[in-house]
Design a protein around this ligand. Structure first.
Ligand code: COA
Length: 145
């Protein structure tokens, strides 16, 4: 498995992963492409093996704050530590850029993701009511380093 920075050539495959990993509300290809347009302060990483994307994740670097946009692991590759590895990469790269406080939103029902974030020390900091299209609330989490 190789963990590397993603670039424009990965847009199509990341968009495919969006549909697989977030079937209820995937980002469109245009939304993924916007992250690589240079307009957003975003940085993405992918874990790949034999040319297949196993996981990807992204962060907006706004020192001293970082905003994690997405962490996604292919369903067949979960519970093998990939989510932790790629999240650690985002945090390390953020720290290198002066990001000491990291935030994200996660569906209140998303127990696997909430457990992952808590294992990194993220704490619950509030709720955004009806944040998602299906009206589910988002939990706001912060990691202060
Ligand atoms: C959340 C997600 C990224 C976790 O990826 P992963 O590679 O399976 O995570 P890891 O194997 O690194 O797990 C790290 C820790 O997270 C927690 N965790 C992960 N999946 C879990 C689950 N299904 N149930 C409970 N805890 C879980 C555990 O504490 C785990 O440590 P452990 O395996 O030693 O018990 C993955 O389930 C996923 O892609 N989900 C769909 C997309 C998504 O919801 N992303 C988050 C959007 S905010």
């Amino acid at each position: 498995m190789m963990l590397r920075r993603a670039d424009k050539n990965d847009i199509d495959r990341i968009a495919e992963m969006e549909k697989i990993c977030f079937p209820e509300e995937p980002w469109s290809r245009d939304m993924v492409a916007a992250e690589f347009s240079g307009l957003n302060p975003s940085r993405y990483y992918i874990a790949e093996e034999d040319g297949e994307i196993l996981a990807y994740a992204g962060i907006w670097l706004l020192p001293p704050e970082g905003y994690i946009t997405n962490v996604a692991v292919h369903p067949q590759e979960r519970r093998r530590g990939l989510g932790s590895q790629i999240l650690q990469k985002l945090i390390d790269e953020g720290l290198a850029e002066g990001v000491t406080d990291v935030t994200l939103e996660v569906r209140v029902s998303n127990a696997p993701a909430i457990a992952l974030y808590k294992s990194f020390g993220f704490e619950e900091a509030g709720v955004r009511p009806h944040y998602y299209q299906d009206k589910e609330d988002a939990l706001i989490m912060w990691l202060h380093q």
